[in-house]
Design a protein around this ligand. Structure first.
Ligand code: SF4
Length: 240
């Protein structure tokens, strides 16, 4: 059964149209899923019972599972989550002054093999789906006390976000949609090791921030630390 958290607003509209429902209801469903973080269709109380039953028969809503939760003295919380196929990913909540930043993973494992990175040394498993990125936000938010909110998102967890571009752009659009998670684009950052063609695309398609992980100022050292530098050396990376 299709997880409704893997659908964009227009895909929810198409889904509702195929159930004989009016397109405007898609925005209500979208808001319940991505703004309200609903864990079941029964929570969507401004929808008719008939529509809720139709949704239940056609879609499911994922619920992430926390395997390990570690908290450090400064309040940083690291969560190990298990996905439906038993793969595991991490996300980290980082408090700093008035900010509470969630570091989100975009892949299970990573293919880029940076010399300093434990994720890279374990190899690549698979790209994460939209729902698996969104669930990191919902599960982290669910651990906070009343009135506490995640203020910033950084895609700086496991994986290279720009190698999972299509799902990441869906996630960014929902994260910054007023009826979705509602983050201002300036509070969302994508961190890349330097996938040049995708940097150019990202700059055209979103308004979120970009962070580039440099780690060295010469191609010789950077290529040793980050093999992706052989494909996209510093000059073209900096130009991008
Ligand atoms: S791109 Fe990021 S996650 Fe991938 S190996 Fe390099 S540092 Fe690790």
């Amino acid at each position: 059964m299709q997880n409704i958290k893997d659908l964009t607003l227009s895909e929810i509209e198409q889904g509702l149209a195929s159930l004989g429902e009016k397109p405007y209801k898609a925005l209500q469903v979208f808001a319940w899923v991505f703004h309200g973080g609903a864990g079941s269709f029964d929570e969507m109380t401004n929808l008719s019972k008939e529509l809720r039953e139709k949704l239940k028969a056609s879609f499911c809503i994922s619920r992430p599972k926390i395997i390990v939760k570690q908290e450090s003295k400064d309040g940083t919380k690291k969560l190990l989550l298990e996905l439906e196929d038993k793969n595991r990913i991490e996300c980290v909540l980082i408090p700093e002054g008035n900010r509470l930043t969630l570091c989100v993973s975009s892949q299970a494992g990573c293919p880029l093999d940076c010399a300093f990175c434990v994720t890279g040394s374990g190899g690549f498993v698979r790209d994460l789906k939209l729902s698996e990125m969104a669930d990191q936000v919902f599960v982290a938010q669910s651990l906070l006390s009343h009135g506490q909110k995640i203020t910033n998102l950084v895609l700086m967890g496991m994986g290279e976000p720009l190698l999972n571009y299509d799902e990441v752009i869906k996630f960014l659009n929902i994260a910054t949609h007023q009826k979705g998670m509602g983050f201002a684009p300036k509070r969302v950052t994508v961190s890349t090791s330097g996938i040049v063609p995708m940097i150019e695309r990202l700059s055209k398609e979103t308004k979120v921030n970009l962070a580039v992980s440099l780690n060295a100022t010469t191609d010789e050292i950077r290529s040793r630390l980050m093999p992706i530098n052989k494909k996209y050396p510093l000059k073209i990376l900096l130009d991008a």
